[in-house]
Design a protein around this ligand. Structure first.
Ligand code: NDP
Ligand code: 8X3
Length: 249
């Protein structure tokens, strides 16, 4: 029987690339996100493995609960949970930050990750096995100008990853964290509220990571032997040295 991976934010970027890669390596996928058209596209596109899609907003605790508890019995043996759904909203000094942006980042990146984990962890504990991978960021390791609340949300993901590792060790559950630098996805379009020129400028003058680079790392992590856990990985494009230092041509 194939292993099962539940991926949040599978409608775009890192989550979608990971769904596409894992199905080629013997995983069935539970793909989640809000955009139902994108979820349907994935269902149509994926062949040779089972795919089940669940549309919900990770901020909505009741929807998260309802979605996970709706899983048929043969989908409940979740081997891998990829907590990936998240975004930055805005890039402003703290003194002119938008409260709605702040709420979105904290509600999605932090509380959403908690709500999904809360529903999936009991299924893993029942089998005394599982692997949770949280997508943090270099932004969760170093603050940078105007990053403030996004930084705070990703510092929280870092703390939660460490905390989960402590608490779940006795339940046979591995917890890993991936902290990427600049990956060209829809991330900057979301951060800049659909301004494509501003989004593209972020990745000009150097070769950024692409979603498939992070998917490769995730595949490597989830295919290690049972006694090996890659607890934390910071992954940069070759041109990046820190959150703020990028060598541009
Ligand atoms: P994308 O914008 O391409 O993808 C974000 C995904 O998150 C989408 O599938 C989106 O689905 C989902 N999502 C966003 N909000 C919600 C919500 N409220 N409920 C459910 N799903 C939601 O960006 P990336 O692939 O780059 O981002 C994935 C993760 O990687 C994020 O946690 C991000 O912070 C992190 N990251 C990204 C980096 C980068 O440079 N790109 C670097 C470091 C970390 P939908 O809209 O359909 O709901
Ligand atoms: C995404 C990378 O540098 O925009 O987390 O924060 S960055």
């Amino acid at each position: 029987m194939n292993k099962i991976a539940l991926i949040t934010g599978a409608t775009s970027g890192i989550g979608r690339a990971t769904a596409r890669l894992l199905v080629r390596h013997g995983f069935d996928i539970i793909a989640t996100g809000r955009r139902t058209d994108r979820l349907r596209e994935l269902e149509t596109e994926i062949t040779g493995a089972r795919v089940l899609t669940l549309a919900f907003d990770v901020r909505d605790k009741a929807s998260v609960k309802a979605a996970i508890s709706s899983l048929p019995a043969d989908w409940q043996q979740i081997d891998v949970l990829l907590n990936n759904a998240g975004n930055a909203h805005g890039l402003s000094p703290i003194q002119s930050g938008d409260e709605q942006d702040w709420e979105m980042m904290l509600d999605i990146n932090v509380k959403g990750l908690l709500y999904v984990s809360k529903e999936v962890i009991p299924l893993m504990i029942g089998r005394q096995q599982g692997h949770i991978i949280n997508i943090g960021s270099v932004a969760g390791k170093e603050a940078y100008p105007n990053g403030n609340v996004y930084n705070a949300s990703k510092f929280a993901v870092d703390a939660l990853s460490q905390g989960m590792r402590f608490d779940l060790i006795k339940e046979g559950i591995k917890v890993s964290e991936i902290n990427p630098g600049l990956v060209q996805t829809e991330f900057s379009e979301v951060r800049f509220k659909g301004n494509k020129d501003r989004a593209e400028a972020v990745y000009k003058g150097f070769k950024p990571l692409v979603a498939e680079d992070i998917a490769d790392l995730i595949l490597f992590m989830v295919t290690r032997p049972p006694h090996v856990n890659l607890a934390e990985v910071l992954i940069f494009p070759a041109a990046q040295a820190s959150a703020t230092v990028v060598h541009k041509a």
